[in-house]
Design a protein around this ligand. Structure first.
Ligand SMILES: Cc1cc2nc3c(=O)[nH]c(=O)nc-3n(C[C@H](O)[C@H](O)[C@H](O)COP(=O)(O)OP(=O)(O)OC[C@H]3O[C@@H](n4cnc5c(N)ncnc54)[C@H](O)[C@@H]3O)c2cc1C
Length: 466
């Protein structure tokens, strides 16, 4: 007798074009992983082209009681799109239209498969930007940003995805379509909905990691690009000094757009990879970018230099033009590509501590690396306390248990410092076993009840996040 999944796939075959459904085993293996170390073969991949197709797909899946999960570009680092239970993937990559841009009210409405880069390119000529800028922005989708509440380099000053979403359209696991927040469609035109306030529901969906519904349209805020930038690459003899400099900057009330720490291992790997002539002998690089009006920046620069010197900076390279600024950013954005020069595999952590505890956390990470004999490359969106220790390894079978043990100790150290497991990469599969470090059982039950309210039959992206 055919299984539910087989019956479902047959039904899909009758409703949709053949090129919208992938069932070939070899091709499916391309969807068995994301940017995390996990794998799981999907039963099939479906490519919808409209909200209605998403709704039809999900209501059919509910009827056949078949599990599904949404996927954007598959760049998440926590296993959020890995079909561990053999689910059918709903891949939003063909829903890639920018539906509206309203320059006066400063918003855009986009489909979920639009990449961050596509959105930036569509608005930059008019002097606008979409503030979230994860390292993966060239390929990651806005739907994926919403589901992960993605951050990025600029989030010290501009906040994370949640701060830039005005409204969205959601299809529930049962195939019902809702518009939430300020997203409205009046006489066929997108408009700001000021009648009903469902902004809190938008907040609930942002960061829910594809467990509560499939996002099919997103209304994003557009911000005017800053008039001027000061971009500095600062060298330190000690990682902790760089961490202390970050705390000093924050304490002084200066709010840079970005403050990123890169350790020596990663600096050298990047330099080998892109050959930019980075200071290879420095123990820690601190990339700082100030943005705003030129006159304000000069005053901030004076204070900033005092703080850097007070914390032992050994060298400051200031970008003198936009080309040099781009090169500094190229260095930062090349980290992940460069990692392979050290070891072939990595597991990246995303722990976040109060900003004044960044230096202490850096020290803890170093100690844990030594204790477990694990090579750790440290990168940090230090300005918002978000550390990315990259745990590097060569032999999956042999070294993974050691890596996971070191990761667990990093989580424990974070919680002791009043931090949290994830600043921006999500819980996914990876951090699920450690949720009890930060939530009590009753709180986890409450989160499950929220999930059940949206997905009563428990079919959407199960065993992730909660
Ligand atoms: C090199 C590199 C650098 C990175 N840098 C950063 C960084 O600086 N900051 C940061 O925050 N993240 C970063 N990331 C992580 C990742 O790129 C982001 O989380 C990104 O937003 C994921 O987008 P995506 O389109 O790849 O989503 P996917 O990986 O496809 O999906 C992510 C999650 O969202 C769900 N999902 C996807 N689309 C939808 C939808 N339409 N509706 C509902 N749920 C959906 C999925 O089920 C999954 O749980 C980085 C990743 C890499 C590989």
């Amino acid at each position: 007798m055919p299984s539910n999944v087989e019956l479902f796939l047959r039904a899909l075959g009758r409703h949709f074009r053949a090129d919208q459904l992938l069932v070939n085993k070899q091709a499916l293996s391309l969807y068995s992983f994301d940017a995390s170390p996990y794998f799981g073969q999907p039963a099939a991949v479906f490519f919808p082209e409209s909200t209605q197709e998403v709704a039809n797909f999900l209501s059919m899946a509910a009827k056949f009681k078949v599990e599904t999960l949404p996927r954007g570009a598959g760049t998440n680092l926590s296993g959020g799109t890995v079909p561990k239970r053999g689910q059918v993937i709903i891949c939003l990559s063909r829903m890639r239209h920018i539906l509206a841009i309203d320059w006066e009210r400063e918003y855009a409405v986009v489909e979920p498969g639009v990449t961050n880069l596509e959105l930036q390119r569509a608005v930059e000529a008019k002097g606008y930007m979409f503030a979230p800028d994860p390292g993966s922005m060239n390929v990651a989708t806005i739907g994926g940003h919403v589901a992960e509440n993605a951050g990025g380099m600029r989030c010290v000053k501009y906040g994370v995805t949640r701060d830039h979403i005005l409204g969205l359209e959601l299809v529930t696991a049962e195939g019902k379509i809702f518009r939430l927040g300020k997203l409205a469609l009046l006489d066929g035109k997108y408009a700001i909905n000021s009648r009903v306030n469902t902004a809190n529901l938008v907040d609930l969906i942002v960061g829910s990691e594809g467990t509560l519904g499939v996002v099919t349209q997103v209304m994003v805020k557009l911000l005017k690009k800053p008039a001027a930038y000061k971009t500095l690459l600062c060298s330190f003899n000690d990682l902790r000094q760089a961490g202390d400099a970050v705390s000093g900057v924050i304490k002084a009330g200066i709010v840079p757009a970005a403050m990123e720490i890169i350790d020596q291992k990663l600096t050298r790997a990047i330099d080998d990879f892109v050959g930019l002539g980075l200071p290879r002998d420095t123990q820690a690089l601190l990339l700082i970018e100030l943005d705003g009006w030129e006159a304000d920046l000069s005053v901030q620069m004076e204070h900033l230099m005092q703080i850097l010197h007070a914390n032992g900076v050994t060298r400051v390279d200031l970008a003198t033009d936009s080309k040099e600024r781009e090169q500094i950013w190229l260095a930062r954005r090349s980290v992940n590509g460069a990692l392979g020069r050290i070891k072939p595999y990595y597991m990246v952590q995303d722990v976040t501590v109060p900003r004044h505890k960044v230096a202490t956390m850096i020290q803890k990470v170093e100690e844990i690396g030594k204790k477990y004999g694990v090579t750790i490359g440290l990168l940090a969106h230090a300005g918002d306390g978000n550390l990315h220790p990259h745990l590097l390894y060569s032999d999956r079978e042999r070294e993974l248990p050691q890596i996971e043990a070191a990761a667990e100790e990093i989580f424990q150290a974070t919680v002791k410092l009043e931090g949290t497991l994830s600043g921006e990469h999500g819980i996914g599969i990876e951090k699920r076993p450690y949720l009890n470090l930060v939530f009590r059982p009753a709180e986890l039950e409450f989160l499950q009840a929220v999930k059940d309210a949206f997905d009563p039959c428990r079919l959407l992206n199960l065993d992730k996040a909660i």
